[in-house]
Design a protein around this ligand. Structure first.
Ligand code: GLY
Length: 376
């Protein structure tokens, strides 16, 4: 292969979407994926939930999440046209549900924070919750309706992005990138895999939690990204009626109903390094939490239990943009918002590659915020 303009390291949804958008801007691109077990793009529920998952002190991240949520429908139209397939985007809304008075008190605080931020939320009494979701347990105590938080089928999204990449001439390769090549000036100019090396104009590092393991990457990336394990369970109903319509979220688990009858129950958040084992305890806790909110889950077939490694960062926000190493751009560290942040990340990084400038909306997420000065 002659040297492409861009090599993207990592074939998860962020890497694929970035390569696709770079190719749409006229750049030649290749994606090299290591096929690691535990890819976060595969083991996800696909919740698009900026408002449901808002956290104290993370307002800049909220703004980025809301922006990505806003542009998602247009991104989905563009992708479905390119790939010729449906990606399971459902504008289903989300209900936060309290199973007891303690949960309800926690949701009262969350509702007040969401309201102060001007977010579109509606406080629900127990009866309101059960009126909109009749499968909820009779004892639920109240909740919050977030009409703007939706879902997408992350696996269909991945497949569609592969099709879209191929239709734009992006080379999709399998290989474990071990080293970043740099020239005498220190500029990144290629990658080394077990099969050889590939030179290129620029490298985009989108390797999820494995991004820091590549020899020669800029130090602010190597030290910033870590794996955060998430286990989830997939159930399936036999009837034609979905058990729930909205995404349902409690304090200990969430449930996302796909239109094909699958119900995703997630997810643990565990600091276990690169461990991807599925454990009996996690499956038990997830099912117990789901059952407490929606007892009907016990009738569903258990079809899968899996785990993935989210790319965590020190401030829970992604690293998007130019690194301290010329020629090396990064798109990783998306932690719990990887599926949600696909559109805004892909457009921003593709614009940066094509024009040399990143859009203002991603400026605060520069990887350089993790650069430490070395005192001689
Ligand atoms: N955003 C859902 C999760 O990370 O579990």
């Amino acid at each position: 292969m002659s040297a492409p303009d861009v090599v993207v390291v990592g074939g998860g949804v962020i890497g694929l979407a970035t390569a696709w958008q770079a190719a749409k801007r006229g750049l030649s691109a290749a994606v090299v994926d290591a096929a690691h077990p535990g890819k976060a793009s595969w083991a996800a529920a696909g919740m698009l939930a900026p408002v449901t998952e808002v956290h104290y002190g993370e307002e800049p991240l909220l703004a980025l999440n809301l922006e990505s949520s806003r542009i998602y429908p247009e991104f989905v139209r563009e992708l479905q046209d390119a790939a010729g397939m449906d990606v399971g985007y459902r504008a289903c809304g989300t209900v936060l549900v309290a199973r007891d008075a303690d949960d309800n008190a926690a949701f009262a605080h969350l509702y007040s924070f969401q309201s102060q931020l001007g977010l579109a939320v509606k406080r629900l009494r127990a009866a309101d919750c059960r009126a909109i979701e009749p499968a909820l347990a009779p004892g639920v105590r109240g909740g919050i309706l977030v009409e703007g938080d939706h879902q997408i089928d992350n696996r269909a999204l991945s497949a569609a992005l592969e099709h879209a990449c191929k239709s734009e001439g992006v080379d999709l390769l399998t290989g474990k990138v071990t080293t970043l090549l740099s020239g005498p000036s220190g500029r990144a100019g290629g990658i080394v895999t077990g099969d050889g090396h590939q030179t290129c104009g620029a490298v985009v590092l989108a390797g999820g939690c494995w991004s820091g393991l590549i020899e020669g990457v800029a130090p602010e990336v190597a030290s910033a990204v870590r794996p955060v394990k998430g286990q989830l369970v997939v159930l399936r109903g036999s009837g034609s009626q979905p058990l729930i319509e909205h995404n349902i979220r409690g304090l200990d688990a969430y449930m996302v109903m796909r239109s094909d009858g699958r119900l995703i129950v997630g997810a643990t958040v565990e600091e276990m390094g690169f461990d991807t084992r599925v454990t009996a305890g996690a499956v038990y806790e997830l099912l117990r939490a789901a059952y407490e909110l929606v007892p009907g889950v016990s009738e569903l077939e258990l079809v899968e239990a899996t785990s993935g490694l989210r790319p965590g960062s020190p401030d829970n926000a992604p690293l998007i943009g130019q690194t301290s190493m010329e020629g090396l751009v990064v798109a990783t560290g998306h932690f719990r918002n990887g599926i949600l942040l696909v559109p805004v990340t892909a457009y921003a990084v593709a614009d940066l590659l094509a024009t040399g400038r990143a859009p203002e909306k991603t400026e605060s997420f520069s990887p350089l915020r993790f650069a430490t000065e070395v005192v001689a």
